[in-house]
Design a protein around this ligand. Sequence first.
Ligand SMILES: [Zn+2]
Length: 346
Amino acid sequence: MKKELSSSIEQTINTFNEKLASIASLKELESITPQFLGKKGSVTALFQNIKTLSLEEKKIFVPQLNKLKVTIEEAISSKKIALIQSIEKAAELDEQSFDVTAYKPFDGHKGHVHLYTELIEEIENIFISMGYDVWDGPYAETEYYNFTALNIPEDHPARDMYDTLWLNKKGWLLRTHTSTVQIRTMEKQQPPLAGIVPGTVFRHEAVDASHDIQFMQCEGLFVDKNITIAHLFGVAKTFLQKLFNKKELDIRIRPGYFPFVEPGVEIDMRCPFCTTGCSTCKQSCWIEVFPGGMVHPEELRMAGIDPEIYSGFAFGFGLTRLAMIKYGIPDIRLLQSGKISFLKQF
Ligand SMILES: [Zn+2]
């Protein structure tokens, strides 16, 4: 009897601990009390054995049974408190309202200006430091401002140099170059004139890695008395040295043809990225960047400026091309793609 009762007590407490550990709600907890402490519960059944025990045995087992009962009662009560507390905590979290003034610490991901914006600001600052203004003009233009006034009359073969996007309205087009703004400015203002026109231009192109129907150019114009082509070379060299942050950046001049300048030149810069040839300069160490020349006297005359008194130079470089060279961008389409993965790199 002694041995049996002893192992029954041990078994009861083990079973109780196991069941208690698996309980997750108050409802489940309620069902466990009668299983052990109820009239037909296992602890109550053990107490019924007392009457069959001898006095000696009673002295040993009654305190053990009482201890078992108290242990189970206390464990149920502790579990009940723990369950109530977790229910209250969940309810509290549920009730919390959204605080719009809450401060979220900076996680390191912030936006920045687009590459174009950054480059245009840099270019503008360089030219403003040399005394230039920044001019702007319309995208939709007339044939007159895009061609005729730039010394490219109707039926002139040079019109074929530009793959033009014509608009439905007769004689209207999307400007193929920013040179249109030169004319508009000269019509309004007499020299001295110095300005740049960074802006979007449009061409009827098949789109690939180096051609897009929309890209950016920067036009420059300087008109005053006694202006020579040497001034153009000086401005081009100073600008490129500042943009690529190189104190010594050589340029070279080749003849070039553009209908609105005479003479016309192509200005190349020595590759700022290598000394013996690289992929940017196609192993030649020279990069073609800066077409320009002396403003054609006919263009000055048409804009109401006397070419006998004034002369000037003009240039127009591909801003998109310059961005691709400066930042090493392999595909023109990336610049206007709006791809976050691309933009994040800069
Ligand atoms: Zn190179």
